[in-house]
Design a protein around this ligand. Structure first.
Ligand code: C5P
Length: 226
């Protein structure tokens, strides 16, 4: 299960990121490097995290097709294991991104469907996410970022091999903060999520490693029940 747990390194210094890696690294298979850390520390930090873990570069590229294709190529040259674009960029942008990613078969290219912080009603989010997931699959992408509430329907429509990566994970009495469509780690596994993205529930925990182990235990119990 630890290979399905991604911790979002939403911190602003390499030292904080590496401290967190050292603290929870044995409990998780992946680290997600997003806008804050990448803007602050860039490729050297990606290389440092890649020494021991897989890296999801979460920069949600959304630009004209040529620019996005070039950014995907740069991500491939960095050696990341997963990178994403925003499906809101449309079919041509997704196709250009997929073409660029084809030169890096070990790198999974996925698309953000609807942000888990988007306030749109759940039913509407599911329909937009499904439509964007189908578009991403048809363009040749390997999967999507979606909420737990859309994961099962996307798997059904796009095939069981089509990856679903789900942020918006909260459990117990944790604050949802800016997220809107949240679910716990067990529900994520039960709904067919391939990878769970967890940020603040681990980053801000008094004991981050214990929080990561709690998430893992819930994922494992859901798998046993399935
Ligand atoms: O702290 P929290 O667990 O809410 O962090 C979720 C992480 O997942 C953040 O890094 C956020 O940028 C990212 N993310 C998200 N919703 C998406 C795509 C990425 O929350 N649709």
């Amino acid at each position: 299960m630890k290979d399905r747990l991604m911790v979002a390194l939403d911190v602003n210094h390499a030292k904080s990121a590496l401290d967190l890696r050292d603290c929870v690294g044995d409990a998780v298979g992946w680290f997600k490097i997003g806008l804050r850390l990448f803007v602050a520390e860039g490729p050297p930090l990606v290389s440092a995290i890649r020494e021991q873990h897989r890296v999801f570069l979460d920069l949600k590229f959304h630009d004209i097709p040529n620019t996005v294709a070039q950014a995907v190529e740069s991500a491939g040259n960095l050696g990341v294991d997963m990178v994403n674009v925003h499906a809101g960029g449309g079919e041509q942008m997704l196709a250009a991104a997929a073409k660029a990613a084809a030169s890096f078969p070990a790198m999974k290219l996925i698309a953000v469907t609807v942000l888990t912080s988007d306030p749109m009603p759940k039913e509407q989010a599911r329909s937009v996410a499904l439509q964007r997931a189908t578009m991403a699959r048809d363009a040749g992408l390997k999967g999507v970022v979606c909420s737990v509430f859309e994961a099962a329907a996307i798997k059904q429509a796009c095939g069981s091999d089509f990856l679903t990566v789900t942020p918006g994970i909260r459990w117990g009495d944790q604050d949802v903060q800016d997220q809107k469509r949240v679910a716990d780690p067990a529900a994520a596994i039960a709904n067919g999520s391939d990878y769970l993205v967890v940020g603040r529930p681990i980053l801000h925990a008094a004991k981050p490693r214990r929080a990561a182990m709690e998430a893992l235990a819930m994922m494992e119990s859901a798998q046993i029940r399935a």
